[in-house]
Write a protein that binds this ligand. Structure first.
Ligand code: UD1
Ligand code: UDP
Length: 385
């Protein structure tokens, strides 16, 4: 049983679902929690993921406690009724945490995809850092995207024999989507192309409004086109729309489907984002990323030189963006840094390990290509604070 509820979970579990469906050894049963509605629906069909069970837990602006309660209730019933051999969850959303919890209550083992990411700050990102730490206590298989992530888990006492470095499935999916054919790049002009996404809870409110003002100042340069696919969250819309509407060089669009988003990312010059997944995809496509957060659980991109953790101060954000737009050398260095998150074969490694542990004889998965990652030095060191 694969539990997914938000846009990034659909994207990152899609290759696992496709590979299980194509394998004689697995029967994927996808449970869509509906934590996201439109943003999830627009992904599933396109990524060839068919949900067998659909819950409908989204309510506008619902509190995390309500969302969590609805999910534990709904997923508890599904796991109890279906009794799968294994529950797979991905990342750190409320759907992932409650999927793991519901499985635990039914004594069903849990595999965690994208395990071991940490900022070391319990409430940043909020609530995701807590969610992933809790899933780390429940899971039997921890599929870590990088050696650093694996190191976080073993440092927390997870037995090394239960931790596997696989790369991130986001790369598997991105490469698959790019192979499927071209999407539509949503930039319209010959100006410098800046792609922006913002949605994190800890950025919402005044911080996000201030970021909106900064983006407007950036667009006022006159040589920049900003495309911003706007997250469906009302809190995000409230903060950004008043600041960004009616500017000739700012295009606000609805969330893009993955094919168009990949094309738009491939077509941009620079990314400004507080997204997790986009920090992984941008270096894969050679796009410098400015991370508009005070912490990141993906320091590998910063260390590789592909991303910069700029924080949330409006002037610092503006200066960093202007520098990359005006300083060709600085830009080139970031663009050429490379992707430290995987080689596109994470899914094969995950399935091979599960098959082995369930006693199924399969061909060995390819060895992980050398990643540009240093050894872990413990959580907590990647914050601007
Ligand atoms: C969630 C995840 C976050 C992830 C993000 C991906 C949690 C706690 N957070 O945050 O880790 O980075 O998804 O985007 O699980 N909404 C819609 N339509 C949609 C999606 C959302 O209307 O398709 C609105 C609803 O009013 C919803 C609100 O957005 O209540 C917030 O959604 P929610 O899933 O609670 O949190 P996100 O901020 O999206
Ligand atoms: N994405 C997309 N369309 C958009 C914006 C993002 O398909 O309009 C994809 C993006 O490529 C990435 C994922 O959504 O794979 C990131 O989702 P989000 O930023 O919502 O969540 P996070 O990764 O921060 O958890």
């Amino acid at each position: 049983m694969l539990v997914l509820g938000t846009r990034p979970e659909a994207i990152k579990l899609a290759p696992v679902v496709r590979a299980m469906a194509a394998s004689p050894h697995f029967e994927p049963l996808v449970v869509s929690t509906g934590q996201h509605r439109e943003m999830l629906q627009q992904m599933l069909e396109l990524l060839q993921v068919e949900a067998k069970v659909e819950l409908d837990v989204m309510r506008e602006r619902q509190e995390l406690s309500k969302l969590t309660a609805r999910l534990v209730d709904g997923l508890g019933e599904v796991v109890h009724a279906e009794r799968p051999d294994l529950v797979v969850v991905q990342g750190d959303t409320t759907s992932a945490l409650t999927g793991a919890l519901a499985a635990f209550y039914e004594h069903i083992p849990v595999a965690h995809v994208e395990a071991g990411l940490r900022t070391g700050v319990l409430d940043n990102p909020f609530p995701e850092e807590l969610n992933r730490r809790l899933i780390g206590r429940i899971a039997r298989w921890h599929f870590a995207p990088t050696p650093r992530a694996a190191g976080h888990l073993t440092a927390e006492g997870v037995p090394a024999a239960e931790v596997f470095v696989t790369g991130n499935t986001v790369i598997d999916n991105l490469l698959w989507v790019l192979e499927q054919g071209a999407g539509r790049d949503h930039f319209r002009s010959d100006l410098r192309r800046v792609l922006v996404t913002l949605h994190r809870r800890e950025n919402q409110g005044d911080k996000m409004r201030a970021m909106g003002k900064t983006l407007r100042r950036l667009a006022d340069r006159g040589d920049v086109e900003i495309v911003l696919p706007l997250h469906k969250s009302p809190a995000v819309r409230e903060a950004l729309l008043p600041e960004l509407s009616d500017h000739p060089d700012i295009r606000i669009v609805e969330p893009l489907d993955y094919v168009d988003f990949s094309a738009t990312l491939a077509g941009c010059d620079l990314v400004l984002t507080d997204s997790g997944g986009i920090q992984e995809e941008a270096p894969t496509l050679g796009k410098p990323a400015l991370v508009l957060r005070t912490t990141t659980e993906r320091p590998e991109a910063v260390e590789a030189g592909a991303a910069q953790l700029v924080g949330t101060d409006p002037q610092v954000i503006l200066d960093a963006a202007v520098r990359l737009l005006d300083d060709e050398e600085a830009y080139r260095t970031m663009a050429k840094a490379g992707n430290p998150f995987g080689d596109g074969h994470a899914t094969e490694r995950i399935l091979a390990q599960l098959a082995e542990d369930f006693g199924v004889d399969t061909a060995a998965a390819p060895a992980l290509n050398p990643l540009v990652v240093p050894q872990p030095d413990g959580p907590g060191s990647y914050s601007t604070a």
